[in-house]
Design a protein around this ligand. Structure first.
Ligand code: MN
Length: 134
């Protein structure tokens, strides 16, 4: 069973990702803020983590930085979800330890394949665009 943790405070985005991923047979875990995410990650090691950058408490980059300090998350793909992909943001996400990012609004047709590609490639192979497949 492939476990996906989604960290997202926006209910509509959470519902959308749930609708897109659940039919594919993933075991979905959900967290609506950083605290909840970190608590979940104390007891589980998902196969992939999708983390919203803007959260009400601990932001997505800080969560990523903390996780990358733990050997248990060294090879886990961590994908930033961001509504504001400005020039330079990709570098900022990668520096924090993200594998890449998915821009919001989410492209519903591409999203499942993007997640599958990250699961396949692991933590260390971001494309130049920061998303995959191209
Ligand atoms: Mn948010």
């Amino acid at each position: 069973m492939t476990t996906v943790l989604i960290v997202e405070d926006n209910e509509r985005n959470m519902r959308l990702m749930r609708l897109l991923l659940r039919p594919l047979g993933y075991d979905l875990l959900e967290a609506v803020d950083g605290k909840q995410a970190l608590a979940t990650l104390e007891r589980t090691t998902p196969d992939i983590i999708l983390v919203d950058i803007q959260l009400p408490d601990v932001d997505g980059l800080e969560i990523t930085r903390r996780l990358r300090k733990e050997p248990r998350f060294a090879t886990t793909p961590i994908v930033a979800l961001t509504a504001y992909a400005m020039p330079g943001d990709r570098e900022m996400f990668l520096r924090a330890g993200c594998t890449g990012y998915v821009a919001k609004p989410i492209d519903t047709r591409a999203f499942p394949d993007i997640i599958a590609a990250y699961l396949h490639d692991g933590a260390t192979a971001p494309t130049p665009e920061g998303t995959k497949p191209g």
